[in-house]
Design a binder for this molecule. Structure first.
Ligand code: ATP
Ligand code: MG
Length: 459
């Protein structure tokens, strides 16, 4: 019998709540009855909907107990004042009882990518724990902590923000021994106004750094010096380590090559050269590899073990993986599905990596970048140069914001614009030929992912 993750006694002790009956949580912690499994603890949060409306459904699905702010139904539950505060307290209790090395990751792009890479390495090294998906917000961070089993040796947390002031409290909750910033780019300018304000906010990841911990920064970033100064101010006992192309970077990228579907990245970590292969294409993946190796070695593992564990990594769907698909008319085309999300930085990264996708005509299908604030028109138009540089022979654009890019592109470039992503399908269907490489990218809500799915089904 494995030890339960939580008992009702643990939960009342952590939250100051009152238990209606004793129970043991043999599963994990859940805030959503649709994914709840038998033995889980259901926490009734008030978010878009009031979780208290789902407590009975949670018990029907087999919940071992519930954490609520008012009793619902007859199942065993702990009643606390405020369920979000209680979830945070549970998270802090999980951290306090566990000796894991905690790595926290923030940045404008690449958080989930580096988190998934670290999760892969950490799993190979022993008992590991990691954030699911992009669970990086006010409930995602405490939920991930509250789910951490006591025997965890290595854990990695994604920390995000949508309004100012959110990173610091999340960092203090996690208290990482290692804090990492992937990059500073024009994501989520909304509410912050300038890139410098974004950099300042991201540096708050070091607010909660354990004394003597490590801050990991991108040596190539234009905000590198700024971030290093902020990190030293926030955590004077911390050690600075860097990744990137700089000569003195702790994890220095010394080689990158690709065949258009997978890549080989050579990194020199404190003088030790290692090679990592992965099923992803683009120089930004080399950065992510270097960042992940450097963070992983902070947990006491050797660089070669980390590199071996990371090799063979493939990102989850929608994050730039290439697939070779048959054409109904014969021959094949390469679909690069990067439709999980987009901002100006990741758009440029994806467009520039298109050059390295082997031979064949290039086609570019782009959906809108959402949530980028008042500079949105200029940021959309500003992609024109990067699009032209791909050498593309056809540009397919969807959504109102993309009219600005359509206008900024040279008149002799073949382009199609449609109000919705789906409506680009016919134009693509008529254009695609044997050997073509098509990049599909846009913010998740732009619907470009569905366009990629239609291309998969079509072939
Ligand atoms: P979110 O804020 O939505 O959680 P995220 O920071 O977790 O995003 P990822 O999901 O890892 O970011 O990556 C999103 C996209 O950003 C990728 O599909 C890729 O195009 C791009 N990207 C990944 N890594 C980097 C990087 N180091 N620099 C720039 N762009 C990157
Ligand atoms: Mg993410």
């Amino acid at each position: 019998m494995t030890k339960p993750l939580w008992t009702s006694d643990d939960i009342t002790l952590a939250t100051g709540g009152v238990a209606t009956a004793p129970f043991k949580v043999t599963g994990t912690v859940s805030i959503d009855t649709r994914s709840l499994a038998p033995g889980d603890l259901f926490v009734a949060l008030k978010d878009q909907r009031d979780g208290h409306d789902f407590v009975e459904a949670a018990f029907e699905a087999g919940a071992a107990g519930a954490l609520v702010s008012r009793k619902k139904g007859d199942g065993p539950q702990v009643v606390a004042d405020d369920t979000l505060a209680a979830l945070e307290q549970l998270g802090v209790a999980a951290r306090a009882r566990c000796g894991a090395h905690r790595t926290a990751i923030t940045g404008s792009a690449g958080k989930t990518s580096v988190k998934e890479m670290l999760a892969r390495i950490y799993r190979a090294l022993g008992p590991a724990h990691w954030s699911q998906k992009s669970f990086n917000n006010h409930w995602g961070v405490p939920l991930t902590l509250a789910r951490m089993p006591e025997e965890t040796e290595r854990a990695v947390f994604e920390i995000g923000m949508s309004t100012p002031g959110e990173i610091a409290p999340r960092s203090r909750m996690v208290r990482p021994q290692t804090g990492l910033i992937t990059c500073i780019a024009g994501a989520h300018l909304e509410g912050l106004g300038s890139l410098e304000a974004v950099a300042r906010e991201k540096a708050d990841i070091f607010e909660g750094l354990e004394a003597g911990g490590t801050f990991i920064l991108p040596s190539d970033d234009i905000f590198f010096e700024y971030l290093a100064d902020r990190a030293r101010d926030l955590c004077p006992t911390g050690n600075l380590e860097t990744f990137g192309h700089a000569k003195d970077a702790t994890a220095r990228i010394v080689g990158y090559e690709t065949d258009g579907v997978s890549s080989r990245v050579q990194v020199d970590v404190v003088g030790k050269p290692v090679l990592v292969t992965l099923d992803a294409v683009g120089e930004h993946w080399a950065m992510n590899v270097a960042a992940a190796l450097l963070a992983a070695t902070q947990t006491g593992a050797s660089v070669s073990d980390c590199a071996e564990a990371l090799s063979g990594y493939a990102p989850p769907p929608g994050r730039g993986t290439a697939e070779r698909l048959p054409l109904p008319s014969g021959g094949t085309f390469t679909l690069i599905d990067d439709a999980y999300n987009a901002n100006p930085g990741s758009m440029r990264a994806a467009l520039s990596s298109l050059k390295q996708r082997g031979a064949g005509r290039r086609l570019v299908a782009l959906g809108e970048m959402l949530e980028i604030g008042e500079r949105s028109d200029a940021e959309h138009a500003g992609l024109a140069g990067a699009v032209v540089e791909t050498g593309t022979e056809g540009v397919f654009l969807a959504g109102d914001n993309m009219t600005h890019l359509a206008e900024a592109l040279p008149t002799d470039l073949q382009k199609v614009w449609a109000p919705k992503a789906d409506e680009l399908f016919n134009a693509l269907e008529n254009t695609l030929r044997d050997g073509d490489v098509v990049l599909i990218k846009g913010s998740n809500a732009s619907g470009m992912g569905r366009l990629a799915d239609r291309l998969r089904q079509w072939s």
